[in-house]
Design a protein around this ligand. Structure first.
Ligand code: 5GP
Ligand code: ZN
Length: 115
C-alpha cells in the first residue's frame, strides 16, 4: 500500500494535515515533531506507507540509506552543530506510536525533555 487513508503520517505526506516541513523530495519528507524531546527534533519519513522497520525489505535499502544520509545535512541546516541522536522505534514493545516508519533525529543544547 502506498497511502493508508487512516495513517496520520500519510495524511501529512498528502498535505491533509499540516506540518512544519524541513525537507521534501519525491520519496522522503522531513518535518518537525509536534512534541519535541529536544530543541530540534525532526522526523524523516518515506512518502510511501511502510508500517515499521519490521516491514522493510532489501528493496528498501536505498530509501533507508537516503534517510540516514540526508539527516546530517538537515541537522546542519537547522543549526545543530554539537551532536544529535537517531532513534527508530519498532512495534509496540519498541515504543512505536505512529505506525508509519519514521526516523527521529533530535539534538540541540541539553537538557532535553527526553532521550
Ligand atoms: P513514535 O513513538 O511512533 O516513534 O513517535 C511518533 C512521534 O510522532 C512522536 O514523537 C510524536 O510527537 C510525533 N507526532 C505524532 N503525531 C504528530 C503530528 O500530527 N504531527 C507531527 N509533526 N508529529 C506528530
Ligand atoms: Zn502511512
Amino acid at each position: 500500500m502506498n497511502h493508508d487513508p487512516n495513517c496520520i503520517f500519510c495524511k501529512i505526506v498528502a498535505g491533509q494535515i499540516p506540518s512544519n516541513k524541513v525537507y521534501e523530495d519525491d520519496d522522503l519528507l522531513a518535518f518537525h515533531d509536534i512534541n519535541p524531546w529536544a530543541p530540534v527534533h525532526i522526523l524523516l519519513v518515506p512518502k510511501r506507507h511502510i508500517t515499521s522497520m519490521a516491514d522493510v525489505t532489501m528493496e528498501d535499502q536505498a530509501l533507508l540509506g537516503r534517510m540516514l544520509a540526508l539527516s546530517p545535512r538537515l541537522m546542519r541546516e537547522l543549526g545543530v552543530d554539537n551532536g544529535y541522536r537517531h532513534v527508530i522505534n519498532t512495534g509496540a514493545d519498541g515504543g512505536q506510536e505512529v505506525m508509519h516508519l519514521h526516523l527521529h533525529v533530535f539534538g540541540g543544547p541539553r537538557p532535553w525533555k527526553k532521550g
